[in-house]
Ligand binder design. Structure first.
Ligand SMILES: NC(=O)c1ccc[n+]([C@@H]2O[C@H](COP(=O)([O-])OP(=O)(O)OC[C@H]3O[C@@H](n4cnc5c(N)ncnc54)[C@H](OP(=O)(O)O)[C@@H]3O)[C@@H](O)[C@H]2O)c1
Length: 271
């Protein structure tokens, strides 16, 4: 591993915390080498209590001396946040942005000339080291910088390097994807309860079924359509259920949801 500390995390929200929690659980970083900038004093206290990391109110204080700066604030405020700390970022630091929709070109334009910027779309399962991080380097980022960022996120899940023009598509699948999957679990649980199961049992069945199906597809490399066929005996329960899913527009809804997320990512990038 070629992880570079100290690490400054700008934004101690859900994603910032998921990454910090995963990195500490993986033993990739020492607590003392992570500093978080977070304006909310209640969040600062909570992060220090849960993860033992130092938290400060100001981004400029966090980035001083950092080897890696992780920008984990909302895309809508990224510009003002980076403007406020840009001149305090060490010239040799690698700046990593996880902001949906914001290009490396735009972030480079806010920083000193030649700054190494790497864009990443992670996801919240990073918290349990099962994340998926999609990585693209900016013009000044070297192969070593990109690999270092891959190592950083590799500690909390899988990583893949893709052309930056595909980042919005990846965002719509793996960045937002945990929410789609959680809706599926929520609705399976609700339906199970409606048919007499306890909420705990219904959710347990749904979660383990998702986990097992994901593992099966991953390990066998089986096409999802083949798995559907394997479970669908003629005249059986699965076929009865799938008929309802098809007539309710389940498949087209997934396509429309992903298209809406791609569109929104592009809007965020152009604001
Ligand atoms: N959530 C996801 O699943 C996910 C997945 C992939 C990528 N992302 C990306 O991750 C980024 C963060 O998303 P999130 O869901 O973690 O949002 P979030 O929970 O709102 O976290 C953002 C944090 O940044 C803090 N903040 C605001 N102004 C700041 C400043 N000037 N300096 C330092 N911190 C500041 C916010 O504090 P206040 O609340 O006090 O304003 C908040 O705690 C976004 O760009 C998003 O596109 C998120």
């Amino acid at each position: 591993m070629i992880l570079k500390g100290p690490l400054a995390v700008i934004g101690g929200g859900r994603m910032g915390e998921a990454i910090i929690g995963g990195l500490l659980a993986a033993g990739s970083f020492d607590r003392a080498s992570i500093v978080v900038a977070e304006p909310d004093p209640v969040r600062r206290a909570a992060l220090t209590e849960s993860h033992g990391v130092r938290c400060v109110a100001e981004g400029r204080e966090a980035v001083a001396g950092a080897a890696t700066v992780l920008l984990a604030v909302k895309p809508q405020i990224l510009g003002s946040v980076v403007d406020a700390l840009a001149d305090a970022v060490p010239s040799d630091a690698v700046v990593v942005s996880i902001a949906a929709g914001i290009s490396t070109t735009r972030i480079e334009s806010m920083l000193a000339a030649g700054a190494a910027v790497v864009r990443v779309m992670p996801n919240t399962p990073a918290l349990v080291r099962q994340g998926m991080a999609v990585v693209s380097g900016g013009v000044a980022a070297t192969t070593e910088d990109v690999e270092a960022v891959r190592d950083l996120f590799g500690a909390v899940g899988q990583t893949i390097v893709i052309d930056e023009c595909l980042q919005d598509a990846a965002t719509a699948i793996s960045g937002s994807g945990p929410a789609y999957v959680a809706i599926l679990v929520e609705e399976l649980t609700r339906a199970g309860v409606a048919h007499g199961l306890s909420p705990e049992v219904a959710q347990g069945l749904a979660v383990q079924t998702l986990r097992g199906t994901a593992e099966l597809l991953d390990r066998t490399g089986q096409h999802p359509a083949d798995l559907v066929r394997a479970v669908s005996s003629p005249g059986g329960t699965t076929v009865a259920a799938i008929e309802q899913l098809e007539s309710g527009g389940f498949r087209t809804s997934i396509g429309s949801a992903v298209a809406a997320a791609v569109t929104r990512a592009k809007e965020l990038g152009s604001t």
